[in-house]
Design a protein around this ligand. Structure first.
Ligand code: HEC
Ligand code: HEC
Length: 390
């Protein structure tokens, strides 16, 4: 009966175009849960382990380096080859393609500065350390340990840009210049903050109690959002303004790369993290108080880390598929179907299961998709970066 009344009310609203009636009932608990996903954008972050973080000259140098193919072994590949501005800082491929095809998908770099673990498996504990790997990895840019230093020393514009950012001329220590290159790259990437979306307009209106403004948000997205924070429990992992805890989870994506080869996820990431000379315990951490090393020291490998991958943020996700660490799901609709039908057998038996097959109706699936798409917005084309040395 209530449904019928609602339907009649909606039809009436539709025919006379009274949009103000298109607001579902939101309980105080729901309003508070929705409120947790904002406000947007968040204040800029500063990384104490990186002395050019948040420094304008560091950001400019970083953007030039990001687009610089001379950092690669064959002079043809830059960070921007895989992390493309026009493709939400990813590449649209299921598996990244460097010198060879990698086993993982290129993640988007939107809102990357707000994370504390980097890479699908958390093998990096700072944005700058994560930025070193592609420079050296033979499967990616294969630049070798001296390429960055040579570019900064020998190219007049880069040498000048370096001096502006770091306050001294590039020296002869190639490893330090490699790290500084990565720090400038990190300063630039931390400025990549995704735009405000229809969800943010709704969230702010709901929190402000502005029913008129809130009712502009499509009903399907409202129903999907109720599921997201309610019965579907998505916000157990996709929480906060970025829609990620920044931690790791297992949602039952197969970890076989090819027969006989598995991707151990977080378990392998922790091994690489502790072996890396560039982790925050090493000599390149610029934080004199070293307060940020607590996380690395205290992290311990556990069997349950096997097959865990970092929870991705969901802003702009509708525009940047394919999905998952291995690009195995092509469309956002396929992701929702995965959560609806996931096999409980594949999920970890230890601990409380956070993921269970939801058994969504077609209507509920469509509503969740409508909500996820409301986390997307157009971004204007990026202007050319400021000159290195005006
Ligand atoms: C060949 C394609 C390719 C190139 C070139 C490339 N990347 Fe990536 N990037 C990837 C892939 C694939 C991953 C995921 C790596 C993993 O988790 O194992 C990644 C991950 C990252 C991450 C971590 C993202 C996250 O969500 O934690 C950062 C930061 C990053 N890349 C920055 C860079 C920078 C800076 C450069 C240039 C120096 C670069 N990338 C060059 C493919 C590429
Ligand atoms: C247990 C924590 C957890 C829960 C609960 C959860 N997710 Fe996820 N989500 C993840 C992890 C981890 C990944 C990445 C998995 C991988 O790559 O193997 C992911 C990936 C995704 C992606 C793909 C993003 C991308 O860029 O590849 C979307 C979209 C998504 N989840 C939406 C949802 C929705 C909708 C729900 C609720 C129905 C939900 N998630 C519930 C942890 C979770």
């Amino acid at each position: 009966m209530i449904r019928l009344v609602l339907l009649v009310a909606l039809l009436a609203a539709g025919t006379v175009g009274v949009r103000a009636q298109q607001l579902l009932d939101w309980s105080p608990e729901e309003i508070s849960a929705v409120g947790q996903h904002g406000p947007w954008p968040p204040p800029p972050v500063q990384d104490p382990s990186n002395r050019v973080s948040g420094i304008a000259a560091g950001v400019v140098l970083g953007e030039h380096l990001f687009n610089e193919p001379r950092l690669s072994g064959d002079g043809r590949m830059s960070c921007a080859t895989c992390h493309q501005a026009g493709r939400e800082w990813s590449d649209g491929l299921a598996k990244a393609r460097g010198a060879v095809e990698l086993d993982r998908r290129t993640p988007s770099l939107w809102n990357i500065g707000y994370l504390h673990w980097f890479g699908w498996d958390g093998a990096g504990d700072s944005l700058w350390a994560q930025s070193i790997r592609p420079l050296l990895d033979p499967r990616e840019m294969n630049g070798g340990p001296t390429r960055a230093g040579e570019l900064l020393r020998n190219d007049a514009a880069f040498a000048c840009g370096y001096e502006k950012a770091f306050g001294s001329k590039p020296g002869t220590d190639d490893e330090r210049l490699l790290v500084d290159t990565a720090k400038a790259l990190a300063a630039f990437q931390a400025t990549l903050v995704s735009p405000r979306t229809p969800f943010d307009e709704f969230r702010d209106a709901l929190v402000d109690g502005d029913r008129d403004r809130a009712s502009r948000y499509p009903l399907a997205a409202q129903r999907g959002l109720k599921l997201f924070i309610g019965d579907a429990n998505c916000n157990l992992c996709h929480l906060g303004p970025r829609f990620t805890s920044g931690e790791f989870g297992d949602i039952g994506i197969p970890f076989f790369v090819r027969p006989g080869v598995v991707d151990p996820g977080r378990l392998g990431g922790l091994q690489r993290l502790s072996a890396s000379p560039f982790n925050l315990l090493g000599k390149y951490n610029d934080d004199v108080t070293a307060s940020n090393t607590r996380r690395v020291r205290h992290v311990q490998r556990q069997h349950s880390n096997f097959g865990e991958f970092r929870v991705p943020g969901l802003r702009q996700a509708g525009r940047s598929g394919p999905y998952m660490h291995n690009g195995s799901l092509a469309r956002i609709e396929d992701v929702v179907r995965h959560y609806s039908e996931v096999s409980p057998d594949r999920l970890h038996s230890d601990g409380t299961p956070l993921v269970r097959p939801l058994g969504l109706t077609p209507q509920q699936s469509a509503d969740l998709v409508a909500f996820l798409r409301s986390l997307d917005a157009e971004t204007p084309p990026r202007p050319a970066p400021a000159p290195l040395c005006p």
